[in-house]
Write a protein that binds this ligand. Sequence first.
Ligand code: BTN
Length: 325
Amino acid sequence: MQNTQTKILDILINSEDYVSGEEISEKLGISRQAVSKSVHQLKEQGFTIDSVKSKGHRLISRTENLCRPAVERLLAGNPLISDVVIVDSVDSTNNYAKKLARDGGEYGVVVAAREQTAGKGRLGRKWISQKNEFIPFSLLLKPDIAPFQVAGITPIAGLAVCEALRENLGLDCKIKWPNDIIVNNKKLVGILTEMSAEFDAVDFIVVGVGINVDQRRFPEEIRQKATSVFIETNKTTDKNLILSQAVKHLTDEFLKSNYRLNSENLARYKALCATLGREVSFYRGGRRLCAQAVDITETGELMVKAADGTVSLINSGEVTTQGIY
Ligand code: BTN
C-alpha cells in the first residue's frame, strides 16, 4: 500500500546522512524527477528536508501534523489496513468513510483529517475542533458478524484506544461506559460506531474516533468536562504516532477477538471502566433514576442496582456518572 513519498520518507528516516537522488531513484526504480517531485511534496506537508545539489537529501525534522506518508509508514504490514486517506478538511471522517463504502471502495481504509468541520457525536451531538488540534479518524471495516453483535464493537474499540493511549503516552486513561475515554475524570476521546446492515448481515461498519491532542484550553462551557493530551502531559505529541498506535490497537483487538466481546476482553474492559462502582443516573420511562453501576454484561450493557435492590440493564442513551463530568 506504500506510495512513493512514503518509501522516500522511510529511506530518509533510516539514513543519518544525505542520500543522493540517484541512490533513491535506483532503490525505488523511479526517475530522478519523480524523486524530486516526491521530496518537494514531503516538504509541502511539513517535513524539513535539506536538499543539496552535490549531496542529495537529508531529513532534518518531521511534522507532527497528520500526513499520509508518516501514517502509511507506521501502519505498513498491518493485515487489516488496505489504505490510508488523510484529508486536509472534511465535514466528518465517518461520512467520508461511509461514502467510500457506498461507492464500492475496498475495506480496511483509515480516513483521518487535519480538520473536521461537522463532526458527529453520540446522541446527535456535534464535535467541533480547531485544525491540527484534534485527531478525527474513521476505520472502515467489514466484519463477519450479525447486526446484533455490532453492539460489541463499541466497547472493544473503547478498550483498544484506551490501552493504546495508556501504553504509548503513559496516561492514566479509563473508560466511561460505554466508550468515552477519560483522564482525571475529563473526556479525552469520543467514539461513534455506525453501520450499514441488511436484515441478517452487516454490510460494513465505520468506527469513528476523535482524540483531543493539542488543545491548550477549552471553551468555558466544556472546560470542566474536556481534556487533551497536551493538557495532561504538558507537551506536544506527533499526531501521526498517536493515530497509528490507536489504529494498531484497534485492528489487533478486532483480529484477536474476531470483533466479538468475550470473557478476556470484557475482563480488561471492566478493569479500566471508571463507571463501575459509582452512582449513575439515567432516564427510564420519562423518569430520572439513580442506581449503582455494578457490572457490564457479555453484550456490553451496564448493569445497575437501585437502592431497593432492583437490578436493570442499560444499553444506550445518556448516563450521568457521579464524579465524572
Ligand atoms: C461522542 O463522544 O459523542 C462520539 C464522538 C465521536 C467523534 C468522532 S471524530 C471522528 C469521527 N467522525 C465523526 O463525525 N465522529 C467521529
